[in-house]
Design a protein around this ligand. Structure first.
Ligand code: COI
Length: 359
């Protein structure tokens, strides 16, 4: 191992307190976390410690100007009981794209992988075995300078903690396509997993929920007609047998790793996939003429989230009944089988960890 990581294990594991048959999303956290500091132009102080509160000054830049980025990954177990990392290098690369946009330092990919491997090896008994569950991994970076002028920080913390999770959405989602709010425009931060993108989505999400919808379907910020994404996930539409997903070219849509995996899995099954601009009018028209066969969200947390309907300009457009949603159901099976080592990994996406596996 290239980096020397100090390890300080908890003497009071909480794993026996977890009901693995009933795991809520994002409320239960595993025993340990990885931490590193960026100081004097380099990453240092690598350690794995018990999961605990952070020691931050109120003047830390992150708390004022949201100089913070994160990733979300999932780890499952293969039939031999080994933890399996899924496309970790893509997460590392996306973290660094986010870092560049937010004027933060990049984190070496080999450090990301080593930290992840050591942390997951230590907390491997937190990986659920139950259907629709996984160990969610949350790497993130925060600006740590004590300074309240507006400039990039010179010091940072990088942390990884993990959480056993169940399903993110427990039922098909209803979307609200609105021109009242905007998530991203060209030149902005839409492609980055930056905390501020999510903060700005909270009020629109609350407004969507107050009207009986689950999430906002974000439209472009200029013409309010091109579909971007959902904030918690990318979107896919099956129209007349062709799978369409908004393209990433404008930098306004998050480059989802589940999105990318689905495109490969769909193509491997012989489907035509188009990454291209798609307007809400095209979707409405295709819905009215019965050409829409499936609509779903794709994300690490959400995996596949069937979309039930979209509300746009006062009208709710219903998508097909769940029973007929052949493509999204197949994708969920295909992805879960690859991620959990149950099917052959022809894409080279998985990294099984050879840790000692308990009973
Ligand atoms: C993920 O899918 O991992 C995300 O980061 C989305 C959300 C939970 C914020």
């Amino acid at each position: 191992m290239k980096y020397s990581i100090d390890i300080n294990l908890t003497d009071a594991s909480k794993v026996s307190e977890v009901d693995f048959n009933n795991i809520p999303f994002g409320k239960v956290f595993s025993d340990h976390m990885f931490m590193a500091d960026y100081e004097d132009g380099e990453w240092k102080n690598f350690e794995i410690v018990p999961f605990q509160p952070l020691n931050l000054y109120p003047s830390a830049i992150v708390l004022h100007y949201a100089q913070t980025i994160f990733e979300g990954m999932k780890v499952m177990k293969n039939p031999a009981g080994e933890p399996v990392l899924f496309r970790p290098e893509m997460h590392s690369q996306r973290l660094n794209r986010s870092a560049r946009r937010m004027a933060m330092p990049e984190l070496p990919e080999d450090l990301f992988l080593q930290a992840l491997t050591e942390l997951i090896s230590i907390d491997h008994n937190w990986i659920p075995n139950t259907p629709d569950s996984a160990l969610y991994v949350r790497p993130f970076m925060i600006a740590n300078d004590q300074f309240i002028g507006v400039r990039p920080s010179e010091t940072y913390k990088f942390i990884i903690f993990t959480a056993p999770v169940g399903a993110y959405y427990s039922k098909p989602v209803k979307l609200w396509a609105t021109d009242k709010y905007v998530r991203a425009i060209e030149g902005g931060t839409g492609f980055a997993k930056a905390g501020g993108n999510y903060a700005a989505s909270l009020l629109p999400q609350r407004e969507a929920q107050a009207q009986g919808f689950d999430q906002v379907m974000w439209l472009d910020g200029i013409e309010h007609k091109y579909i971007h994404e959902c904030g918690t996930m990318n979107l896919f539409f099956v129209i007349d047998g062709v799978v369409v997903t908004p393209s990433l070219d404008a930098g306004t849509v998050l480059a989802g790793i589940t999105r990318n995996s689905f495109i490969h899995l769909l193509k491997a099954r012989g489907y035509e996939v188009q990454e291209r601009p798609i307007t809400i009018d095209e979707l409405v028209e295709a819905t009215k003429t019965g050409k829409v066969q499936d609509v779903f969200g794709a994300g690490t947390a959400a995996v596949v989230a069937p979309v039930e309907s979209v509300h746009y300009k006062g009208v709710t457009y219903e998508f097909p009944e769940m029973e007929g949603r052949k493509i999204s159901k197949q994708l969920k099976i295909d992805l879960n089988e690859v991620r959990s080592g149950q099917s052959e990994d022809t894409f080279g996406w998985t990294h099984p960890l050879n840790v000692l596996v308990e009973g």
